[in-house]
Design a protein around this ligand. Structure first.
Ligand SMILES: NC(=O)c1ccc[n+]([C@@H]2O[C@H](COP(=O)([O-])OP(=O)(O)OC[C@H]3O[C@@H](n4cnc5c(N)ncnc54)[C@H](OP(=O)(O)O)[C@@H]3O)[C@@H](O)[C@H]2O)c1
Length: 306
């Protein structure tokens, strides 16, 4: 089968198209015919060991010393189950699924074997594979942190970085929870963020959110601490009494299947719109990684697997 392998840590060009043996599901595993995957910010961090050098030792221990131990990256997929291993009870051949596995990887390939316990749910019939692959990463992270911040009806929520994968999900989910959402993004994304349900959009190129008179119950940084350190410092100025400041980089969340199923329901009902910036074929993976590494994608970058 065709797959993209990552034989060394480095720039996007380390990724190579290869022919690799088809995986066989072992006990408790299912094999998924991958139709679409996503290039996430996390994929780029893993491929390039692109993180604070003080985490390199831990990252190499966890991921592989010279190169990723699992040479096929890819944490997100939408596809169909084409084989099940012994002891599989949750799924059957032919099931259409989408999901996320940030430990196992392997979705940059024609087929991948994941545990039946992975974060997988039925793909809503109204979504294409590409749309389904645009939901799990940003959706699960946004939902986790909005719940951690206890976002509720009527609260005023500021989403900092409202146009990325996490940001576009966070705006829509907070609005679906009944919050009054303000999004902060660059000029080219103002209309997009407004269309997702933000009542107010602050263009960070022309306005400093911290100088306004509005106050918020929750400040949610979806950009990540490396780039948002200054915004997080200034967030205190715009918090209402008792308001909370939270970042998508506050620890490694435990993500659960119930949350993916909720995202599937919201997407099926139209309350959560998958935002796709670009779609590449598997052969375009180097270009897709270059683009995502730039840090300014709108929503998600999808890769289709023929
Ligand atoms: N806690 C965890 O376990 C975990 C797991 C995965 C990811 N994460 C974090 O989640 C973050 C977001 O991921 P993502 O996929 O949503 O990222 P993304 O799609 O690349 O989005 C980046 C967003 O940040 C904005 N941005 C970029 N540079 C900026 C700057 N200097 N100042 C203000 N805004 C800026 C971009 O908007 P403009 O183009 O308008 O500037 C865009 O909206 C990652 O960077 C990572 O830190 C955490």
């Amino acid at each position: 089968m065709k797959a993209i392998i990552c034989p060394a840590y480095g720039p996007p060009e380390v990724l190579k198209l290869a022919d690799v043996p088809m995986p066989t599901p072992s006990t408790g595993e299912i094999r998924i015919r991958v139709r679409a995957t996503a290039v996430t910010s996390s994929d780029c961090y893993v491929r390039g060991l692109d993180m604070n050098p003080r985490y390199h030792l831990l990252a190499r221990l966890a991921l592989g010393w010279q190169a990723p131990r699992q040479p096929i990256l890819g944490m997100v997929l939408s596809g169909e189950i084409d084989a099940v291993g012994p002891g599989v009870t949750r799924f059957a051949e032919g099931d259409l699924v989408f999901g996320f596995d940030r430990h196992r990887f392997g979705a940059y390939a024609g087929y991948v074997c994941w545990s039946q316990e992975a974060l997988l749910a039925s793909r809503p019939a109204s979504l294409t594979h590409e749309q389904a692959a645009a939901i799990p990463y940003g959706g699960l992270l946004a939902l986790h942190f909005l719940r951690r911040a206890k976002v509720a009806t009527g609260q005023r929520v500021l989403i900092y970085g409202a146009s990325g994968a996490v940001g576009t999900s966070a705006v829509q989910l907070a609005a679906a929870f009944g919050a009054h959402v303000t999004g902060v993004c660059g000029s080219s994304n103002v209309e997009l963020v407004r269309s997702l349900g933000a009542l107010r959009v602050i263009d960070y190129m022309h306005e400093d959110f911290s100088l306004g008179s509005d106050r918020y119950d929750v400040f949610f940084d979806t950009v990540g601490r490396r780039k948002s350190a200054s915004a997080l410092r200034k967030a205190g100025r715009v918090l209402a009494p008792g308001g909370r400041r939270i970042s998508v980089d506050d620890g490694t969340p435990k993500l659960v299947r119930d949350e993916l199923e909720l995202l599937a329901e919201l997407a099926a009902s139209g309350s959560l719109r998958p935002i796709i910036d670009r779609i590449y074929p598997l052969e375009g993976i180097v270009e897709a990684h270059r683009y995502v590494s730039g840090g300014h994608k709108r929503g998600n970058v999808i890769v289709t697997v023929d």
